[in-house]
Design a protein around this ligand. Structure first.
Ligand code: DGL
Length: 259
């Protein structure tokens, strides 16, 4: 029986993690769950989000019986993971801002962390900076709109360049002879916009996407591969129960979902 992996996000951002996990474990069975009925998580209070994700996870475990769950969302992981691990026996792999590798790799020692407003406000994120800044100046940049822009892009309604440029502008600091050279993508939605972020950046930087590291962690935790067994196509579940538009269905097909 193939390993069964459930990948979870508030919307479509977790697809950027999903595609890396699939590369690492092509033999597994997958279900992708987007809690779009509650999107965006960043706009939710902490108690409300803990209650929502804990209750929903109970239902999802009951329905899908996964061997492993990937919380492919920084806004949820930086808050809800300890609650999930206490309550459920299934192993969870979370997604948290890649501050340690970003600061270790920065040459100018100027790093920005671009996340949702909730993620950059979390104590968890602040603690990562205290522990791993490694002498870097780290600027936290909370974006209210970028995750929604990424959703729009995948739904076939891309936003104009200027709006994206405005959201990322505060990441770029040029002071005391040192420019930002590394931007942590601390929301799983943002790599969906990577080509545009690279094009709209005022100067070239390294955008750090944690998805490959998360995929390696999943591979380590999910036991031996089941040979070269062909995997069944991944299923997607939206909590809103919406059916994907034609544009979204085409985008999902590029991620190997649907059919
Ligand atoms: N994909 C989510 C993350 O990684 C955030 C989007 C939201 O606010 O729901 O933080």
């Amino acid at each position: 029986m193939a390993t069964s992996i459930l990948v979870f996000d508030s919307g479509l951002g977790g697809l950027t993690v999903f595609r890396e996990v699939v590369k690492a474990r092509p033999d597994a069975r997958y279900v992708y769950v987007g809690d779009d009925a509650f999107f965006p998580y960043s706009g939710r209070g902490e108690a409300e989000l803990v209650a929502r994700v804990s209750a929903l996870m109970g239902e999802l475990i009951e329905t899908h019986r996964p061997d492993l769950i990937v919380i492919a969302c920084n806004t949820a992981s930086t808050l809800v993971l300890p609650h999930l691990r206490t309550r459920f026996g299934v192993p969870f792999v979370g997604t948290v801002p890649a501050i340690k590798p970003a600061c270790a790799g920065s040459r100018t020692k100027r790093v920005a962390v671009l996340g949702t407003e909730a993620t950059v406000a979390r104590e968890y994120t602040r603690a990562l900076i205290r522990d791993f800044a490694n002498g870097s100046d780290v600027k936290l940049v909370g974006s209210a709109r970028l995750a929604g822009f990424a959703e729009a892009e995948l739904n076939g309604a891309p936003v104009v360049d200027d709006l994206i440029a405005q959201e990322i502008a505060p990441c770029f600091v040029d002071a005391a002879g040192r420019r930002t050279d590394t931007v942590v993508l601390a929301c799983t939605h943002y790599p969906l916009l990577l080509e545009r972020l690279e094009r709209l950046a005022p100067w070239p930087v390294t955008f750090v996407d944690p998805a490959p590291a998360i995929a390696r962690r999943v591979a380590d935790l999910s036991g031996p591969k089941a040979g070269d067994a062909p995997r069944s196509p991944a299923r997607i579940v939206f909590t809103s129960k919406r059916s994907p538009s034609a544009a979204l269905a085409a985008a999902l097909a590029r991620f190997g979902i649907g059919g």
